[in-house]
Write a protein that binds this ligand. Structure first.
Ligand SMILES: Cc1ncc(C[n+]2csc(CCOP(=O)(O)OP(=O)(O)O)c2C)c(N)n1
Length: 356
């Protein structure tokens, strides 16, 4: 006797060849798609520059977002200004649209915590302890619900992170309390060197939501249109009291895990070559070109404009004076314990500058 049935839907609008497999969702006209395309290019170029800066010793370890541009960009575009983003470390596309300048992101990866002190006061900083952001997001969503506000929380994670206890706990409380939160899983097929197949025997990551009592779905994460539309609906549902949603965005990490990784040591070349065939920018360009709203000269002008924007941010980043070395001690206690006093004196002795 079957007492319950569950299904996981998969959504796609734009096929890898740039043709539509269903009509465009309303609200996404060519102008909106041109903007998504611009943002994806800007992000990809920023990403390349960040890696170059790391390679010449001007940035610390950096987590690239190459291949995942459609997710962050479409997600950020679909959010309202007063929603809250609780991001993981490949969400620059969304962060940028929400007021986090690229130079702030560089400052963060440059090891300067002031990079997390950005203009959007309600969004959270990049989260590296895997899955801790999921529980933080449910805390924020609880506050929003308690205050009876019509706002949604978006939190992101990789597919590997969904194996963490924190993730399951967050899903459970989100379901039990019907919280206004959207969990977006960037399923990029690899968690450093652990493949999706090794990670879990779950057929989909989306079905993890079912166990927590709410809906989960898969979306083509390289299709900016599909991500945008599914996010729009999930956000609307969250804001209007409909509770949480899990969106598993299927994509591929075209880059190394971070600049401290060499994916060639574990990732099959054929797999990478195949993933490049379905990446997010090419298909949107093909679509826009077929619509006759895009061509080579527009592409050239866009790349030039992106380069100018990013140059400005890189210049700002490179001109930032390091924080006083004593900052790492100065704000920990009202009165320093003896040991810290000594350490502070040693820092100053070896050339550190004091705060103020
Ligand atoms: C709690 C915790 N455990 C381990 C790590 C080390 N770590 C950093 S990234 C990562 C893999 C994450 O993979 P996934 O969640 O699939 O996201 P992706 O990086 O592929 O986008 C691990 C294990 C960490 N940062 N935090």
């Amino acid at each position: 006797m079957t007492i319950a049935n569950f299904a996981i839907e998969y959504y796609q609008y734009l096929k890898p060849d740039g043709t539509l497999c269903q009509p465009l969702p309303k609200g996404l006209d060519n102008n909106a798609l041109l903007e998504l395309y611009r943002l994806m290019h800007l992000l990809r170029m920023f990403d390349g520059r960040a890696i170059n800066l790391q390679r010449v010793g001007k940035l610390g370890t950096y987590a690239s977002t190459l291949g995942q541009e459609a997710i962050g960009v479409a997600m950020g575009h679909a959010m309202y200004a007063d929603d809250v983003l609780v991001p993981y470390y490949r969400d620059y596309g969304a962060q940028y649209q929400r007021g986090v300048a690229f130079h702030k992101i560089l400052q963060y990866w440059g090891g300067d915590e002031r990079g997390s002190d950005f203009d959007n006061a309600e969004d959270f900083p990049i989260c590296v302890p895997i899955a801790s952001q999921s529980v933080i997001a449910t805390g924020v969503a609880t506050a929003i619900k308690y205050r009876q506000q019509k706002r949604a929380v978006v939190t992101t994670i990789g597919e590997g992170g969904t194996s963490e206890g924190d993730f399951y706990e967050a899903l459970n409380v989100a379901g039990a309390w019907n919280l206004p939160v959207v969990f977006v899983v960037n399923n990029n097929q690899w968690a450093i060197s652990v493949s999706r197949e090794q990670q879990t025997h779950c057929q989909t990551i989306a079905q993890k939501a079912i166990a927590a009592g709410f809906s989960g779905e898969q979306v083509d994460g390289n299709d900016a249109i599909a991500v945008h539309e599914r996010m729009r609906l999930a956000l609307e549902k969250a804001r209007s009291g409909g509770g949480p949603t899990l969106i598993e965005a299927i994509t591929y990490r075209l880059c190394d895990h971070t600049t401290a990784d060499d994916a060639n040591r574990y990732r099959p070349k054929e797999e990478l070559d195949m993933a490049w065939q379905v990446e997010p920018l090419v298909r949107l360009r093909a679509y826009l070109t077929a619509q006759k709203v895009w061509d080579d000269s527009k592409e050239e002008a866009l790349l030039l404009e992106c380069r100018k924007d990013i140059d400005k941010d890189v210049d700002i980043y490179l001109s930032i004076k390091p924080a006083p070395v004593t900052d790492m001690i100065d704000y920990m206690y009202a009165e320093w314990p003896e040991a810290l006093k000594e350490q502070r004196a040693t820092l100053l002795q070896f050339g550190g500058s004091p705060h103020d």
